[in-house]
Design a protein around this ligand. Structure first.
Ligand code: F6R
Length: 239
């Protein structure tokens, strides 16, 4: 894992946006994965502007889901799909077949995992994946203690994740489980970018940087991965 510190959030997002654009230019049918949550919102904003203003052909690109809260889907503001759809997919007017997403409301969640594994076997590996870091170091919903050999799987949310979750939803909502791509699939991506910004991420970023790879802090699992870059702003750097 390489570490890059940028002056501010805008610069981080701009660099990451350029990486995605480069991936699409090199491989017009690229498979792209972007986390939900707050961190990648600036990347999505810049990506929409760049793809449109530079008239880049993204008609064959596919976006694949990283994770979703179990029990909710696109109709719930703050779900992963709603976040991606509002900020990226709908703005790009993507065709249905360009979006492969977990259905957090699926009756058969195991089947949902199998479906995702099949999609990845067919279209993968992911060409570029943009990840955030949870306050407990989680990646996607790969929570502390995760089995790193898993593919898509259902997760019991960690207590920290349950505490933090309130920031995403307008209404009070208590969710217990998530569904997530596994580390095997994340690590297989051709390019991995982990991003973190802001003072509140400084402690966990520091823990990731100073710890040896251990599932107790899932993001550390990516430290051994050559094609992984951690991009942070000055506020998230050092401690
Ligand atoms: C969301 C996801 C999570 C977030 C992480 C950071 O789809 O996969 O792992 O990336 O919890 O969340 P934010 O960006 O809201 O700080």
């Amino acid at each position: 894992m390489r570490k890059i510190v940028k002056e501010n959030y805008q610069e981080m997002c701009s660099d990451i946006c350029q990486e995605i654009i480069m991936t699409i230019k090199t491989k017009p049918d690229a498979l792209i994965c972007i986390a939900g949550g707050t961190t990648p919102l600036g990347v999505m904003e810049q990506l929409v502007l760049e793809l449109k203003s530079k008239q880049i052909d993204y008609s064959n690109v596919k976006f694949i889901s990283l994770d979703e809260w179990v029990g909710i889907s696109k109709e719930t503001p703050g779900s992963c799909l709603e976040t991606l759809d509002t900020n990226l997919f709908s703005k790009l007017h993507l065709k249905d077949e360009q979006v492969i997403f977990f259905d957090g409301k699926a009756k058969d969640l195991n089947n949902e995992c199998l479906k995702m594994n099949k999609e990845l076997a067919m279209f993968g590996p992911i060409d570029i994946i943009i990840l955030g870091i949870g306050m407990n170091g989680h990646i996607g919903f790969n929570e502390p203690g995760v089995d790193v050999n898993l593919d898509a799987h259902i997760v019991d949310l960690d207590d920290t994740t349950k505490q933090v979750m309130g920031k995403y939803f307008k209404e009070q909502i208590q969710l217990e489980k998530g569904i997530s791509l596994g580390f095997r699939q994340i690590k297989a991506a051709r390019k991995i970018i982990v991003m973190a910004n802001g003072e509140h991420k400084k402690t966990i970023v520091n823990k990731v940087l100073t710890s040896t790879p251990d599932v107790k802090i899932p993001a550390t699992i990516l430290k051994d991965v050559d094609n992984c870059t951690l991009i942070i702003d000055k506020q998230a750097n050092g401690e």
